[in-house]
Design a protein around this ligand. Structure first.
Ligand SMILES: [Zn+2]
Length: 72
């Protein structure tokens, strides 16, 4: 049985698609996309911190900048 990739409910005859994912409703597509955006932002800021290497203070201030500037 195919299930919604966001809320895990079984899909009915109407399937909403986003990339290779399947959702039961447009609301689930939106919710998934928001979650994806958050995950992507998190990964980017983590990469940014990792790229800063051992310069701890620089990494921290850069992390604060990225969180403050995130468009929510
Ligand atoms: Zn759903």
């Amino acid at each position: 049985m195919i299930k919604c990739d966001h809320c895990r409910h079984e899909l009915g005859h109407k399937i909403h698609r986003y990339w290779q994912m399947r959702f039961c409703s447009a609301a689930c597509v939106e919710a998934y996309r928001h979650r994806l955006d958050d995950d992507t932002r998190l990964k980017i800021s983590r990469l940014d911190v990792a790229a800063a290497g051992t310069r701890q203070t620089g990494a921290l201030s850069r992390y604060r900048d990225s969180t403050r500037l995130s468009p929510l």
